[in-house]
Design a binder for this molecule. Structure first.
Ligand code: ZN
Ligand code: ZN
Length: 163
């Protein structure tokens, strides 16, 4: 709900339009997004998860989450997602291994990432480099399947290279 009494910072940056007047919006506290920027995100998503299209009211928590990419100092907001697709992006970012349930969404996840709301082309280039280089999950984790591990497949197709 929008406030009738909105606090404007001296530079006109509003950070509490979506909460009570004495509070600060979570999109600002957690992601540094101004209310205007959050409204732009919501405008783009049109009330649906930006990967699977689930309407906001049908998501597990009843609201879309702000999805972002972060690796060390590299940070940008990608868009608004349902909880399930937010978990898919952890696979896309190679923080968790793909599995049979998430793998079918890989192409849509990659396309969504390329259309990140808050990323410059340079940030996308750096993110692609870091994602390609990362392989943090352990083969010992349950659910690990080399068929879903792009780097493992690539390795096996180059048998004469030492790794
Ligand atoms: Zn706000
Ligand atoms: Zn979704």
């Amino acid at each position: 709900m929008y406030n009738s009494s909105v606090t404007e910072n001296p530079d006109g940056r509003t950070v509490n339009r979506h909460v009570a007047p004495n509070k600060i919006c979570n999109h600002f506290n957690s992601y540094g997004l101004l209310c205007d920027e959050y409204d732009q995100l919501r405008e783009r998503a049109q009330g649906r998860c930006e990967i699977c299209g689930t309407p906001e009211e049908d998501t597990t928590r009843g609201s879309l989450v702000i999805d972002h990419y972060q690796a060390d100092d590299l940070f940008f907001v990608r868009g608004l997602l349902c909880d399930k697709c937010n978990a898919v992006m952890a696979r896309h970012d190679r923080k968790v291994a793909w599995g049979p349930a998430t793998r079918p969404l890989a192409d849509r996840a990659a396309e969504y990432h390329r259309n990140s709301w808050g990323a410059t082309p340079e940030q996308l280039r750096q993110a692609a480099e870091r994602i390609a280089a990362s392989r943090p999950w352990s083969k010992r984790l349950s659910g690990y399947d080399p068929a879903f591990d792009d780097q493992e497949v690539a390795r096996q197709s180059r048998p004469d290279q030492t790794v």
